[in-house]
Design a protein around this ligand. Sequence first.
Ligand SMILES: Nc1nc2c(ncn2[C@@H]2O[C@H](COP(=O)(O)OP(=O)(O)OP(=O)(O)O)[C@@H](O)[C@H]2O)c(=O)[nH]1
Length: 633
Amino acid sequence: MATMKSLIGLINKIQRACTVLGDHGGEGMSLWEALPTVAVVGGQSSGKSSVLKSVVGRDFLPRGSGIVTRRPLVLQLHKTEEGTTEYAEFLHAPRKRFADFAAVRKEIEDETDRITGKSKQISNIPIQLSIYSPNVVNLTLIDLPGLTKVAVEGQPVSIVQDIENMVRSYVEKPNCIILALSPANQDIATSDAIKLAREVDPTGERTFGVATKLDIMDKGTDCLDVLEGRSYHLQHPWVGIVNRSQADINKRVDMIAARRKEREYFETGPEYGHLASRMGSEYLAKLLSQHLETVIRQKIPSIVALINKSIDEINAELDRIRRPIAVDSGFFFRPGFTILELCREFDRVFKEHLDGGRPGGDRIYGVFDHQLPADLKKLPFDRHLSTKNVQKVVSEADGYQPHLIAPEQGYRRLIDGSISYFKGPAEATVDANSSYLITFCYNPQMLLFFILFFYQELKRFPTLAGDIAAASNEALERFRDKSRKTVLRLVDMESSYLTVDFFRKLHLEPEKEKPNARNAPQPNADIYSDSHFRKIRSNVSAYINMVCDTLRNSLPRAVVYCQVREAKSIIISKDICLSLLNFFYVQVGRKEKDKLGGMLDEDPQLMERRGTLAKRLELYKQARDDIDAVAWK
Ligand SMILES: Nc1nc2c(ncn2[C@@H]2O[C@H](COP(=O)(O)OP(=O)(O)OP(=O)(O)O)[C@@H](O)[C@H]2O)c(=O)[nH]1
């Protein structure tokens, strides 16, 4: 008996949790649908409410004409110790104990209207009622709206079909035990309940046939063919019932007295005496309770399997969208810690990219190895150092006093002018790298990579992601400025001090040639001749080539020093973390939890989904624990 109580109690508990979570079947394989249930089905006036009241021993159901039951009523009966007081409790109003069953009736009516409105529509959201009483057996029944053929006034025509659909949705589930009520004073063959039950359970293995109103059958007729299993044979024996007649109700015969009267009817009546021990609502309740227990016992392995499968699925999805972060866990370091962790991770990934361990590092090398040399080659030295231009620059430098031996000022101007052309490629090298470094932060491909790499951390926290991106962008901008200044300075340095040795050698060369060049021109004679300027041009050109080689090596060094190296060491670890943490601590100081959480804000839909999943996971785990506890008993 203890097991029976705990097994049915177990299912009751899981059923309540399902209702709280809004799981009442429908989509996919839900836990609700896996639970064995007893659904009470019958046509209008078949005696459905009378049977339920009799099983409970209390008059707790709404009365009235038309379709009174408009929402499924999950009736959980809990047997309590003899002598304890009865009470009822609704899941929608926990902690409120109803000792007065007239108030229970009123609450069912009100709660029905709360969902369906006064429109008399129906709804498949169940009302969950628990009754604790020494006069009940442990049993859970679901009362469904009575099947009807016509809508009564004030109810939409569609209600007939709606009710059938709702009832069908319950009884077609393989885990549903069908309690099919048919009034014995009418043709059982045409009973709504039997028709529907035959449809969804043709072998009759989960249908319990109940014949009501045996007492008002036509004189001279009986229901023995059915009750003895000759007509409408089902796997389980039929149970005959005699409920309170309308006259009894009017006379206010109470339910306990009605049960006694029913017992007497079977025991003392001429027709069913031999069946008396297997007739009546009390027997029906016990039969169902036992059967329900057997079914639950059989179903437990598959329920556990479903629970385990669901837990795995939920965990997998939670892993995909990550587990919740306890922003308001009260321990303020937690979000700070998370930010720090995220920054470190960003830093690590970023460095890996720069080191070329990941696609990207080679792009920087490409800039140095291809772009810079190509840019240098394209510089317009041909034009700048044309004989004509050389002559022009030199003459301008000489001014009113033409140079005597060598045009010192002219050389300087030509060299300065040429060197200034290097500024373009130098800046381009900086820009190419920083635009690479910056797009590295925004580039969709990179972002995708980050998302994967961070296990979607950045995507989870759009605000934080924005902060990190903005901070790294700002830092990169700063490095770019610094880098640009450095490379330009490098170019300027080439102008500020020329390599003296180069010119000394130039000066010595003609001297060496002198003894062989007897007809060498006199300095003053053709000092402005073409060949003189050509010589100057080739000297400047050679010098510029030398500078070009130097810059080709030193520019990448400067860029790496200022941009890549600095970026690697400073960007995230120091600047971003510090600024984010500073921000964070300031928020903590101001106790502005909202903003604090705001940094770790997430897509609300994602948060909601995670909340639902977490709750569901809790339900399943609890259910599994409960099952384990019962199984061990
Ligand atoms: N004599 C007699 N009357 C019964 C019996 N069962 C039900 N009745 C009467 O039949 C009428 C309808 O019974 P209910 O229990 O309200 O039937 P129901 O299926 O719940 O009806 P709806 O809620 O209208 O669908 C009531 O007046 C009952 O008193 C029975 O076994 N014998």
